[in-house]
Design a binder for this molecule. Structure first.
Ligand code: GLU
Length: 485
């Protein structure tokens, strides 16, 4: 059997990081088994449809480095892969179930259903369910109503009090009694199918072998299992993956704690490969100490057996930040610069150094990348390499007893640096230390004052290294302007 997995996003908003985790597992499993990975757009909920979301979801999936073998844009043997373009198919299948007696027309109005729900609630019924009033209609009555164009839905006829079971490759055998299952609407009044109808028809017609999705879909699966049975189709394999939660408690990921959608993380300056690496471990674990994984390695090592058997896994934002910093640190500066440039272009961000010689940018990156956890931190870490800093007097002399002493120090540095023959960090370092020793300055007061004068910052890499990159002319000019403050 060919392995065929799918990701089936609904265009109801921005693509969530949890979706990328699920997508990655589906993708890796298909790649590992030389199968196919399919993208299907589930756009049947017209009320929650967000214009533009279909395109944005596809863009984000590509930005994260994934491509699909079949789906929008790629085509494939089971086109179209967008559900709103497959309405006739769902209708045809729903009518087949009506014919077989597994589904029925329902003409009840929303008002009646609302009233029914209220009555059931008031009488303390555990599950509010449709009372099957329309099941009593005769063939003639149904024909008449259809002819008169009375708005209607098609409902699935769920068998009474029956245990429905299915095997989940992670969770094992799951059984749910039909007492807790309503006669699910399959086709809505607008002629669109519900998720349950469309997902089953499409997963079957598109020959999906493994369905991997979040555990929140477990309660829906018995309905799907029943539909497979009604149609006489073979069940695919079900794999329900843990959902993501914030570290504390059982809360879903929430904006209150940080980004939620993939595009937000990318805007902040997370590298796709670092985000992917982090997401891989949310539900799967190789069972070794290895933490840094490329996509190729993940495709090789991923296995369904190593997926955690749990509802929720914690999304540790601190760990993600740490991992992103690790990736940034480990990138050669030339590659990091490429990443920064494409990030800035994509999100329309200004970048210091984009009109400067690359040699200088790489040298600056070599010095600061250890401190960079997000691409968005770049500008604030390197600004002083590319522009004269603005400095307040109070700040400039905050490490010396008074202004006179501070100026004396800066004057002294200016003199020794202007006499320097070769502008070489090692040599500058030696003369700077000699100067401090002779004058009996404390290294901290001298170097901090020099640091602030040249960079406007109190926390930077080694100041002598910065001097090396700035060059003699800029250093002397900045010392001059500092002295004039
Ligand atoms: N369209 C559903 C969603 O947005 C897909 C669920 C499934 O994978 O079956 O999550």
């Amino acid at each position: 059997m060919e392995v065929r997995t799918r990701m089936a996003p609904s265009p109801t908003g921005e693509y969530h990081v949890g979706h990328i985790r699920t997508l990655m597992y589906n993708y890796a499993f298909a790649r590992q088994n030389k199968g196919k990975f399919i993208l299907r757009i589930e756009d049947t909920d017209r009320e929650r449809y967000v214009p533009g979301a279909v395109e944005r979801i596809q863009d984000v999936i590509k930005m994260m480095g994934f491509e699909w073998d079949e789906g929008p844009g790629a085509g494939g043997p089971y086109s179209p892969y967008t559900q709103s373009e497959r309405l006739d198919l769902y209708k045809k299948h729903a009518l087949e179930l009506v014919e077989k007696g597994h589904a029925y027309y329902c003409f009840c109005t929303e008002e009646r259903l609302e009233k029914l729900r209220e009555e059931q609630k008031a009488s303390g019924t555990a599950f509010s369910k449709y009372d099957r009033l329309c099941l009593k209609l005769t063939r003639e009555e149904i024909e008449e109503k259809l002819k008169a164009g009375v708005p209607h839905v098609i409902r699935m006829k769920v068998p009474d009090n029956e245990d429905i079971s299915f095997d989940d490759l992670i969770l094992g055998k799951i059984t749910i009694n039909t007492q807790s299952i309503d006669d699910q609407v399959l086709i809505k009044t607008d002629g669109f199918p519900t998720y349950h109808m469309a997902v089953v028809v499409d997963d079957h017609l598109m020959k999906i072998s493994h369905i991997m999705r979040g555990t929140d879909w477990v309660p829906s699966t018995p309905k799907h299992v029943l539909l497979y049975r009604f149609f006489g189709w073979e069940l695919p394999k079900f794999v329900h993956l843990p959902n993501l939660k914030e570290v504390e408690g059982t809360r879903k990921l929430s904006k209150r704690y940080g980004s939620v959608s993939v595009i937000e993380f990318l805007t902040e300056g997370y590298l796709p490969r670092a985000l992917n690496n982090f997401l891989m471990f949310l539900g799967w674990n190789p069972g070794t100490e290895k933490e840094v994984y490329s996509m190729e390695e993940f495709i090789k090592d991923f296995s369904i057996e190593h997926i955690q058997k749990t509802d929720l896994v914690a999304f540790d934002r601190q760990k993600l930040l740490w991992l992103n910093g690790l990736y940034i640190r480990n990138l050669p500066s030339a590659e990091l610069w490429d990443e920064l440039k494409s990030w800035a272009k994509r999100f329309d961000v200004f970048l210091y150094g984009k009109d400067t010689e690359e040699k200088i940018v790489f040298a600056a990156l070599d010095l600061v990348k250890d401190r960079m956890k997000l691409l968005s931190e770049y500008n604030s870490l390197v600004h002083y390499f590319f522009e004269t800093p603005e400095i307040e007097k109070e700040e400039l002399f905050s490490f010396v007893s008074d202004e006179t002493r501070g100026k004396e120090i800066l004057e002294g540095f200016k003199n020794i640096f202007s006499e320097a023959g070769d502008w070489e960090v090692q040599k500058l370092d030696t003369v700077a230390h000699e100067f401090i020793a002779v004058k009996e300055y404390k290294p901290k007061e001298a170097f901090m004052t020099l640091r602030i004068a040249l960079t406007g910052e109190t926390a930077t890499p080694q100041i002598l290294d910065i001097l090396g990159i700035l060059g003699k002319e800029a250093v002397l000019k900045r010392l001059d302007s500092a002295l004039k403050i």
